[in-house]
Write a protein that binds this ligand. Structure first.
Ligand SMILES: [Zn+2]
Length: 174
């Protein structure tokens, strides 16, 4: 279990590893840089994405299965969400990684199959990571103020949905 500050710090470290300095950040490119593979092979409309370790003989370290029929901003958020599971729950780039299992993940599973507390905890942690990755605290605050608290302009700058930017602003105390 992580608190929000820790999740934001971990997202900042990941952005630093990726040498990402100014938004908008591209989670798809990040997956490639982190030696992950994206497969656009989810056709169940209830499911957005899920992540698993790649097989030992693979050239990749992990695989994100993606539903490519979702809106652009939602796909960006889903990919960043899966990166959250990768770092927070599968322990990528730490000792925990060697024992990490497949992380079954989707709105479908989230809503219907897994109602235990740990799961929803992990889901909200992955969402916090996604917001922190796409809209890092310091940069978001600066931009939002520079944009005179205009959500549309700020959302466009970070390439996130209006709702995602609004949530982030609220969670950061605006
Ligand atoms: Zn998830």
């Amino acid at each position: 279990m992580y608190n929000k500050d820790t999740i934001n710090e971990i997202a900042d470290v990941v952005l630093k590893i990726l040498e990402y300095e100014s938004p908008a950040y591209d989670p798809e490119e990040a997956v490639t840089k982190l030696h992950g593979q994206i497969l656009n092979d989810i056709i169940d409309e209830c499911e957005d994405a899920r992540i698993e370790r790649a097989p030992e003989n693979s050239n990749f370290k992990f695989i994100i299965h993606l539903n490519n029929n979702k809106p652009f901003y939602r796909t960006r958020f889903s990919l960043a969400h899966e990166l959250g599971h990768l770092f927070l729950h599968m322990g990528y780039m730490t000792d925990r990684w060697t024992t990490a299992e497949t992380f079954q993940d989707s709105i479908y599973y989230r809503s219907y199959n897994r109602k235990d507390m740990n799961y929803s905890q992990e889901e909200s942690e992955a969402n916090e990571f996604a917001a922190a990755f796409l809209m890092p605290k310091k940069q978001f605050k600066e931009s939002y103020i520079n944009n005179k608290f205009n959500i549309e302009l700020t959302a466009a700058e970070f390439q996130v949905s209006h709702d995602a930017a609004k949530n982030r602003a609220r969670n950061l105390g605006f």
